[in-house]
Design a protein around this ligand. Structure first.
Ligand code: SAM
Length: 375
């Protein structure tokens, strides 16, 4: 009897189960032999990194290092890195309306090495070590020493390569992990921080106030808005040196683990189907917001090709055809080469790079693709 009652109150099609069905059918084709191990990792406890707060006063880095952590951005491979000298290709110069850019095109050109934002520190336990971090403690001024986040989420911020005095836009910023990582560079001239969700922006404000001293959050240095990011091109064109477009996506790991607020729940089917169009509109707005010569970093936390590669391809095409903007795809292989000890990257993606979860390095998924505006 007890069993019957339980059976009648049980959710028939939990969203997490629907997500797993969807991923099994799509990612087994997309990732092939890699999918079973990625699947196992996605269904296991994720690993965090501790983004070090440069505005804190305690020597948290030494404390974490004493426990066996390493700052992954500075703990890089030092042997010869032949691909460091290669870089991007001009995207979409061919006559055909379909954009096809791949890494063999990238090999053809010689460019300066990829540069990464300095000052961003993120401590992780070594590969295979699943020790958990304790929650961060406030220092004597109430500032927290580190922010726990997926260490792979730090990669888009590093790759954005913010330089001294840059105007930066974070188009979809809440709850603020990447915003906080970008602030660690201490190089930003003006920082536009935006997210369409008012409640998530409230969380973001709380995060910033727990980590960054008040004077640095003043209006002339930083502006927090809750606009629809897809409209940014109409508001502020050709303005920013760096734009982060960290779009809403199927958040694969969350979708497998949590039934609450799950994009695979039946009542959110329409929203889920509209995601690629929303992602495209946001990326196009980010491209328009960047100044000529400026750089745009597109990122997601899904393995889905439709939300990653297809969105970037379509954006490159539409930017050229509808807005007269030529873009160059920046080769991120130097970054994957540098951080291959810490993360597992998907092999041979035609466009962009992706951290794939692995049981011994259970970060990601994070997809990222960097574009440079030529016109
Ligand atoms: N960058 C954030 C971080 O690192 O903490 C995570 C961003 S999350 C992946 C995507 C965000 O996009 C959500 O906070 C969501 O509210 C926001 N969003 C959704 N639609 C939007 C739109 N039209 N304009 C701006 N932001 C939007």
């Amino acid at each position: 009897r007890v069993k019957e009652k339980w059976a009648s109150t049980r959710i028939k099609h939990p969203a997490t189960g629907l997500a797993l069905q969807n991923f099994d059918s799509i990612y087994s084709g997309q990732l092939g032999l890699l999918w079973p191990s990625v699947r196992a990792a996605l269904l296991s406890e994720r690993k965090y990194g501790a983004l070090l707060n440069n505005y804190g006063h305690d020597d948290v880095q030494a404390e974490l290092q004493a426990k066996g952590c390493k700052d992954f951005p500075s703990d890089i491979e030092t042997e010869a890195q032949p691909c460091l000298e290669q870089e991007p290709a001009v995207a979409g110069e061919e006559e055909s309306s379909h954009v096809s850019v791949n890494k063999s095109d990238l090999d053809a050109q010689q460019h300066p090495a990829l540069q990464l934002s300095p000052n961003i520190k993120c401590l992780v336990f070594p590969r295979g070590d699943i020790t958990r971090f304790k929650p961060a403690r406030p220092d004597m001024f109430g500032c927290l020493g580190y922010y726990l986040m997926d260490a792979a989420s730090v990669l888009p911020c590093l790759a954005l390569n913010v330089q001294e005095g840059h105007n930066v836009l974070d188009l979809c910023a809440a709850p603020g992990g990447k915003t906080l990582a970008l602030l660690q560079t201490k190089s930003i001239g003006f920082f536009g921080i935006n997210d369409a969700s008012v409640s998530r922006t409230t969380r973001l404000r709380k995060v910033l106030h727990s980590y960054v001293p008040k004077p640095l959050l003043s209006d002339e240095k930083l502006r927090i808005t809750t606009f629809d990011g897809t409209k940014w091109g109409e508001i502020e064109k050709n303005t920013f040196d760096r734009v982060l477009v960290d779009v809403p996506c199927t958040t694969d790991r969350h979708s497998l683990m949590e039934n609450d607020n799950n994009i695979f729940s039946k009542n959110r089917t329409g929203e889920r189907r509209r995601l690629p169009q929303l992602q495209l509109d946001l990326l196009l707005a980010g491209i328009e917001a960047a100044c000529p010569g400026g750089e745009i970093l597109y990122s997601t936390c899904t393995l889905s090709q439709i939300q990653n590669l297809s969105v970037v391809e379509q954006a490159i095409h539409t930017a050229r055809e509808d807005h007269g903007i030529q873009l160059q795809v920046v080769d991120l292989r130097p970054l994957t080469h540098m951080f291959r000890k810490t993360f597992d990257f998907a092999p041979d993606l035609p466009l962009g790079e992706m951290v794939v979860p692995h049981l011994a390095a259970n970060f990601g998924p994070i997809y990222m693709c960097k574009l440079r505006r030529l016109t």
